[in-house]
Design a protein around this ligand. Structure first.
Ligand SMILES: [Cu+2]
Length: 120
């Protein structure tokens, strides 16, 4: 095998790799951007909507529209929802992967409650 031949093979392999990389980007990008999303507003001392049903893989984002701080916190100890204190305009997101009922509340105002049902 001559040196030129090896170089040509290497170049062909490089072109193949680049093509494969571009192809995988084209295939992967729509998958990434198609993550379903849902929004919950925290407004007038309540979660709105306070009850929602989503598919596994859905990213839910809570945004505080009130002038006072709130949290999004699982009712169960060790639950998955554990936001920081959210000031006005702050958001908290969680992507639900497993089916189940996720009850949550606001630690500052425990009467504020909500639930996310994750169903296939
Ligand atoms: Cu609150």
């Amino acid at each position: 095998m001559t040196r030129t031949r090896i170089l040509a093979d290497a170049r062909r392999y490089g072109v193949w790799c680049t093509t494969a990389l571009l192809y995988s980007l084209v295939v992967m990008l729509p998958v990434q951007t198609s993550t379903p999303t849902q929004a919950v507003d925290i407004t007038k001392m309540a979660f709105s909507p306070g009850d929602m049903t989503v598919k596994p893989g859905t990213k839910v984002t809570w945004t505080n529209r009130d002038q006072i701080p709130h949290t999004v916190t699982s009712k169960d100890k060790g639950g998955v929802l554990r936001s920081q204190g959210l000031d006005t305009g702050d958001s908290y997101s969680y992507t639900f992967t497993n089916p189940g009922d996720y009850a949550y509340f606001c630690t500052v105002h425990p009467f504020m409650m909500g639930v996310v049902h994750v169903r296939k």
